[in-house]
Design a protein around this ligand. Structure first.
Ligand SMILES: [Zn+2]
Length: 415
C-alpha cells in the first residue's frame, strides 16, 4: 500500500480501538471516517488483493452476511463488518482491522452499493431483494433498482448471485438495451428463496405493464422480463444446489426466510469454490445476530426478539413467530424513519387469535392500524408490564429498530 494509505489505515485502527476502550460503541464508524479523511482511496487500497463478496438488499443482509462469512470460513479467516456499519466507513474499518485476511464478506447498504462496487472491485455481489423502506428519506424502489443496474453495467466482470423471485432485482441485473444492442451484463447465479412480499413489484420497471404471478412463476405482460430459472432452490428444510444435490440446513435462526438466506450464503460461498457439503454444517453456528432472534428467560417467560423494520420484514416476522402471545413495539425516531404510515401496508390479520400487546413511542399508531385490521390488542406502557400480562411460556417480541434497542437494553439490565 502507498504510505498515505498505511498511515490512514493505522489511524483508523487506533481511533476504532480508542473508541471501543472509551465505551463509545465498536468504533468502526469513527475509525473508518478518519481513515477516509486522510486517504479518500483507503477502501480501494485495503480491498486490493482480497477476494471480496458484497451482500446487499433491503432485508436480510445482516443475517446473510453472517451466514456467508461462516460458509466462506471453510477457506480460512474472513474479514467482515460488524452490525450496523454497512457504509464505506464501516467497510474501511473492517478491512483496516483485518490485516492480510485474503477473504472478506461485507454487508452493504443498498444506497452505497454503487460506490462500494467501484471501490472494492469485488469477486461476487449478492442481491437479496428490494422493497419499500423508510420512504420519508430513502429512494423509491424502482429508483434503487435503476441505481444498481447502472452500477452493474460498469462492472461486467463481477459475478452476481441474485434472487430470481424478486422482479426488481432481476431487472436490476438484466443488462439494458442501448441503441438496439444488449449491453454486456455480469454472469448471474440465480437463487430462489421465495418472496412473501409482492407489493413493490406489480408494475414492470422496464415497460410499465402489469407483472403477473402464478405460484412461484412471474412474468411481465408487456415485455420479455420474467422469472429466470434458479440454480439454487430452497426445498423443504434444505437447499438444492445446481448439481441437483439436496443439503439439509440446520439453523438456530427461525423461519423459511432464513433457509433462503442460508441458500444465498451457500451460493455465494460456491463462487469462492466452497462446496455446499463442506459449508452447510457451519451455518448452524450462527445464532443471535446483534440481539436479533435472541431468546431470553425472564419470570418464566421465554422471550424471543424479532427485529422488523419495514412492511416486507414485518410480514416475515409474523411467519417466524410462534402462535403465542406477541408484543409489538413501534418507535419513529431518526433511525426508524419518522413516518409510520407504512404500518398500513402491513396486513396484521395473521395475528388474529393471538394475544397481542402493543407498546413503544408510537403505540397509538399501532392501535389505529390494529383496530382497522380487526385485531384485538392491549396497550402496555412498559416491557415489564407486558411480561406481567402474558402467561408463562413463549412471548414473541416484534419491534422496529430503536424500539428493539430499548427492549434489549431493558433485558440486559436485568439479565
Ligand atoms: Zn415489462
Amino acid at each position: 500500500m502507498p504510505l498515505r494509505a498505511k498511515v490512514a489505515s493505522s489511524v483508523s485502527r487506533t481511533a476504532g480501538a480508542l473508541s471501543r476502550a472509551a465505551g463509545r460503541g465498536d468504533g468502526s464508524v469513527i475509525g473508518g471516517w478518519l481513515g477516509l479523511k486522510i486517504d479518500p482511496d483507503l477502501l480501494a487500497h485495503l480491498a486490493a488483493g482480497r477476494a471480496i463478496a458484497l451482500i446487499s438488499g433491503t432485508n436480510g443482509k445482516t443475517t446473510t452476511t453472517r451466514l456467508t462469512t461462516a460458509a466462506v470460513g471453510v477457506l480460512g479467516p474472513v474479514a467482515t463488518n460488524s452490525f450496523g456499519a454497512n457504509m464505506p466507513t464501516g467497510h474501511t474499518s473492517a478491512l483496516a482491522k483485518a490485516g492480510n485476511t485474503p477473504y472478506a464478506v461485507l454487508e452493504v447498504d443498498e444506497h452505497y452499493l454503487s460506490q462500494v462496487l467501484d471501490a472494492t472491485n469485488p469477486h461476487v455481489v449478492a442481491l437479496l431483494n428490494l422493497s419499500r423502506d423508510q420512504l420519508d428519506r430513502a429512494k423509491e424502489v424502482a429508483m434503487m433498482a435503476q441505481l444498481w443496474r447502472s452500477a452493474l453495467v460498469r462492472h461486467p466482470q463481477v459475478r452476481v448471485v441474485a434472487n430470481a423471485d424478486d422482479p426488481m432485482v432481476v431487472w436490476a441485473v438484466t443488462p439494458p438495451v442501448v441503441q438496439g444492442q444488449y449491453v454486456q451484463g455480469p454472469q448471474v447465479t440465480w437463487f430462489s428463496a421465495g418472496q412473501r412480499w409482492h407489493d413493490d413489484s406489480w408494475v414492470c420497471p422496464e415497460c410499465g405493464s402489469t407483472i403477473q404471478r402464478n405460484g412461484e412463476q412471474w412474468w411481465c405482460t408487456g415485455c420479455p422480463l420474467r422469472r429466470p430459472q434458479p440454480h439454487w432452490v430452497v426445498e423443504d428444510d434444505g437447499v438444492l444446489d445446481p448439481s441437483g444435490a439436496w443439503h439439509k440446513v440446520n439453523l438456530q435462526l427461525p423461519g423459511r426466510v432464513n433457509v433462503g438466506n442460508a441458500a444465498t450464503a451457500l451460493a455465494v460461498a460456491a463462487e469462492f469454490g466452497v462446496r455446499p457439503v463442506d459449508a452447510v454444517y457451519r451455518l448452524k453456528d450462527v445464532a443471535s445476530i446483534a440481539g436479533r432472534y435472541a431468546q431470553v428467560q425472564r419470570d418464566g417467560r421465554n422471550i424471543r426478539l424479532l427485529l422488523a423494520k419495514n412492511p416486507a420484514s414485518w410480514l416475515e416476522a409474523f411467519d417466524m413467530a410462534d402462535e403465542a402471545p406477541t408484543l409489538l413495539s413501534i418507535n419513529a425516531r431518526d433511525p426508524d424513519g419518522l413516518d409510520t404510515s407504512w404500518l398500513f401496508d402491513v396486513d396484521f390479520a395473521p395475528l388474529r387469535g393471538r394475544q397481542v400487546l402493543i407498546t413503544g413511542d408510537r403505540a397509538y399508531d399501532l392501535a389505529v392500524r390494529l383496530t382497522v385490521n380487526e385485531v384485538p390488542f392491549q396497550h402496555v406502557r412498559t416491557f415489564a408490564a407486558a411480561i406481567a400480562e402474558v402467561p408463562p411460556g413463549r412471548l414473541e417480541v416484534i419491534a422496529n429498530y430503536t424500539a428493539f434497542q430499548d427492549i434489549r437494553a431493558e433485558l440486559d439490565r436485568v439479565n
